[in-house]
Design a protein around this ligand. Structure first.
Ligand SMILES: [Zn+2]
Length: 418
């Protein structure tokens, strides 16, 4: 496989970034959820200054990093656009002491990740590996995640920025860069200051598979149902005892049986019970609701209200309570109003020699929230594999391709009338 001029840059960057532990935390009272995310923010800030980026600024309170590649387009040409990547890694697998290494010319067979502990990665378990035979891969030692999610994207974005800063003769519009914390724990880019960011449209660069893009996510909310019972001695309970645990079980039983994550795919939505806690006196059910379609999503929320009402009629109004908190909304209703966003992205992927593909994403992104905050923000895949686990890996050519895609994308925006 031929190396591009970006090979060493993306390789060395990912290896350097991966060794900084930036794991975020689900339960935390601090902003960001873990202070160690600043370690990478400082590293990137210094690097941006060194490669000559403009407007480099780190929000030392919120841990959001900003920079820009100034426009080189002809007067009256060039639309500004932004790129958003996240600095944290997922809390689902160990993140400290990551020891990335490069396997050159992967032969398509089993990969010994860790001789001492006998950890092997096999295409039998991870069939996608077969697509990367002949390529150079960045791997873990089998004991930590790699953090290619999302550092493979950061490596590509930084390499693109350095290329443009070295070649001001290439025309492109202003490129705003934003690096966010806590994406993996639902941060949703909420602390990204859109005025400072300074672009009216953007893309997140995140997600697995190369050449994929995403302009559609779930609508999402979190529901909490609480039940209040009345406990008395079971010997004299007839007609008096009210069992909150029983009520919680009945509520869960009444949910549509087949609409669960383990039984749905594509654009099928679901209810997912994440926890049931309780005893006779108090019980609580937490569930999440997901659907791509806004109407069906509203119907799902209504079903929970109806079930609550049904139980109130049976057990008494004060005994059942429902709270629904919105989490994020499908980005598509916003992005569809800016068709050039996906058109440019598809063209850039095609110009890089790939076939653009899209899947309705069964989750949310920083872009789901940013789109609804007024920054339309589809996603370009970062090209990592097996994210959030110890078998995560990144094919170096996937990062090189992403640099190419981003360069094409910037040129397309540079040719657009301002
Ligand atoms: Zn990610």
């Amino acid at each position: 496989m031929d190396r591009t001029p970006f090979y060493e840059q993306v390789r060395d960057r990912l290896i350097r970034y991966a060794q900084v532990d930036t794991q975020s935390a689900r339960r935390s009272d601090t902003v960001p959820t873990t202070k160690k995310q600043f370690d990478l923010a400082y590293m990137l800030r210094d690097e941006l200054v060194k490669i000559g980026a403009a407007e480099v600024w780190l929000d030392e309170e919120k841990c959001v990093l900003y920079a820009a590649v100034p426009s080189t387009a002809a007067p009256g040409k060039g639309v500004a656009f932004g790129l958003v990547t996240h600095m944290d890694t997922a809390p689902d697998a160990p993140g400290a002491n990551c020891r990335p290494w490069v396997l050159e010319g992967y032969d398509g067979g089993d990969i010994l990740l860790n001789r001492a502990q006998g950890i092997t990665m096999s295409p039998r378990d991870f069939p996608n590996l077969k697509h990367y035979a002949g390529q150079d891969l960045i791997l873990t030692d089998g004991t930590t995640l790699l953090g290619g999610d999302d550092k493979a994207a950061i490596a590509a974005v930084m390499t693109m920025a350095e290329h443009f800063l070295r070649h001001p003769e290439i025309p492109h519009g202003r490129i705003a860069l934003g690096f966010t914390p806590d994406e993996e724990v639902g941060g949703l880019g909420k602390d990204l200051d859109l005025a400072r960011f300074g672009a009216k449209v953007a893309y997140t660069v995140d997600g697995d598979y190369l050449g994929y893009y995403m302009d559609e996510t779930f609508n999402a909310s979190h529901a909490t149902v609480t039940f209040e019972g009345r406990s008395v001695h079971t010997g004299t309970a007839k007609g008096i005892l009210v069992n909150a645990a029983d009520m919680a079980a009945a509520f869960v039983r009444d949910l549509p049986r087949r609409e669960k994550p383990e039984l749905t795919e594509g654009r099928e939505g679901f209810f997912h019970v994440v926890s049931i806690q309780g005893d006779v006196e108090h019980a609580r059910v937490d569930l999440i609701i997901r659907d791509h379609d806004a109407d069906r999503f509203a119907q799902r929320e209504q079903l929970l209200r109806d079930l609550t009402e049904k139980m109130r009629k049976r057990y008494g109004h004060d005994r059942v309570d429902l709270t629904i908190i919105p989490t994020y909304r499908n980005m598509k209703e916003v992005i569809d109003r800016y068709p050039f966003l996906v058109d440019h992205l598809r063209s850039a992927i095609t110009l890089a020699g790939l076939t653009p593909r899209s899947l309705p994403f069964r989750g949310g992104t920083d872009g789901s929230a940013l789109s609804h905050r007024g920054l339309p923000c589809p996603n370009l895949s970062a090209g990592y594999e097996n994210a959030h686990g110890r078998f995560e890996y990144v094919p170096i050519p996937s990062m090189e391709k992403n640099v190419e895609i981003l360069l094409h994308l910037a040129r397309l925006f540079g040719e657009t009338g301002a």
